[in-house]
Design a binder for this molecule. Structure first.
Ligand SMILES: COc1ccc(-c2nc3ccccc3n2[C@H](C(=O)Nc2c(C)cccc2C)C2CCCCC2)c(OC)c1
Length: 233
């Protein structure tokens, strides 16, 4: 049985990524806000665009802390951020969703999201994803490194030097694989299941623009940053 060991360098990499991930957290009060009261469809849409806008700003700061990212070609840096922002948002939403909200409250959260204004057809795939993330019971290290791996996806549109991105993603994949083996010894397939979530995440990418434009209200306003990141307006 191969003895899995995290090297000193890998421990330093984990610490660097986790610190950056914790440093750049958006106010987690969105779930609390949602539990407090029922908002109108318009208020929910505004809350969503505010949350998404601040999430993109947080994502940029987190990404800048990934070793080697700032040495990539500048246009490739933009392509990686643009290509992963929506996935990072859903990953973050899934983590907020599956965080231990006091029991009984998660039904309230589910109801609030169901009635938020999002079109019926997107609720099932979105909740399926949140549930599949929740079932993994990821530890914070895994969440932070999985987000870094999502950002460092070499085959995003318009990335020119994919090899350079692969060289940054590989050490992250290696350290995540070791973490999974050490944190979930009973589940040898845990690492594979974790990566499988990234595939599910990409499918949410396809719907996200329509999720927004089909929000049950008229004249959807987006911030300039969101127009950049989301394929809307
Ligand atoms: C594109 O369509 C989406 C995207 C995300 C959600 C979403 N899933 C959530 C799960 C738990 C808690 C809140 C959740 N959100 C929204 C939110 O803010 N997500 C969020 C963001 C955006 C950034 C950082 C962090 C988070 C949590 C609430 C926005 C206000 C209406 C209700 C959803 C969504 O719900 C209908 C539709």
């Amino acid at each position: 049985k191969e003895k899995v060991e995290i090297t000193k360098e890998q421990r330093a990499l984990i610490k660097l990524i986790v610190d950056a991930y914790n440093r750049h957290q958006i106010p987690q009060d969105v779930a609390k806000k949602l539990l407090q009261e029922q908002y109108s469809v318009e208020e929910n849409f505004l809350l969503l665009t505010e949350m998404a806008t601040s999430q993109v700003q947080v994502l940029v700061e987190f990404t800048k802390s990934i070793p080697g990212f700032l040495s990539l070609d500048h246009e490739d840096q933009i392509a990686l951020l643009k290509g992963s922002a929506v996935e990072a948002m859903f990953l973050r939403s899934a983590q907020v969703f599956s965080r231990k909200t006091p029991n009984g409250h998660s039904e309230v959260l589910v109801e609030r999201i169901r009635k938020s204004g999002i079109s019926e057809e997107f609720i099932t795939p979105m909740f399926n994803f949140y549930k599949s993330i929740g079932e993994l019971h990821m530890v914070p290290e895994e969440q932070a490194i999985l987000t870094a791996i999502t950002i460092l996806t070499p085959d995003r549109p318009y990335v020119k030097d994919q090899q350079a991105v692969e060289r940054l993603q590989e050490p992250m994949l290696d350290v995540l694989r070791k973490l999974c083996v050490l944190q979930h010894p009973q589940e040898p397939q845990y690492f594979a299941r974790l990566l499988g979530r990234l595939t599910e995440l990409r499918t949410l990418n396809h719907y996200h623009a329509e999720m927004l434009t089909s929000w049950r209200m008229n004249d959807h306003k987006f911030t300039p940053l969101l127009c950049e990141i989301w394929d809307v307006q």
